[in-house]
Design a protein around this ligand. Sequence first.
Ligand code: FE
Length: 191
Amino acid sequence: MTRTADEEPGLSREAHVTAGGLGTLTAAIPGSAVLTPACEDGDALAAPDFEPDSPERTNLITPGTYGTRLLLTGHVYGEPGRPLPRVLLDFWHADYLGRYDLTGFRLRGHQFTSETGAFALSTVVPGLYPDRTRHLHLRVRHADGPLLTTQLFFPHEPRNQTDPKFHPDLVMTVQTGPTGRIATFDIVLPT
Ligand code: FE
């Protein structure tokens, strides 16, 4: 019998910042020199001259979008602690049943960080599809810097143990809020 965690986009109700305290935090924090690693998706579009076709929007929820609400917030930093404004962030992910929109822009969108380097994304928790653990895709580019193609992962996912693309430095901090999941992740770019 399939486990509930694999059927439903729900996650562990435990916050990531529990046992082990700060030692379990894998998201970069201000002052950290840990660069956000790449996590390629094998998409040939990830070229240095990449320009997003997706709509500019911070809310990917449109009529007919089902699933557990997910709010992701964070900052993009350059040199330790230096926030980077106007960084391009292009997000895309599967729907609650693990399906990508291959003909349109459902659950796809790009945005730019604020003057304080902040970003926020309103969407739903992506579903699972074969061979992969739960994840968001994103591309990040600051000014004329190199394009970073990576993925963000959810804590406490059973498939994190078996997905070869999983990276512990790309795990978001995720908590359960009154209206869904609340996630945070800070991105650090080489500058
Ligand atoms: Fe994917």
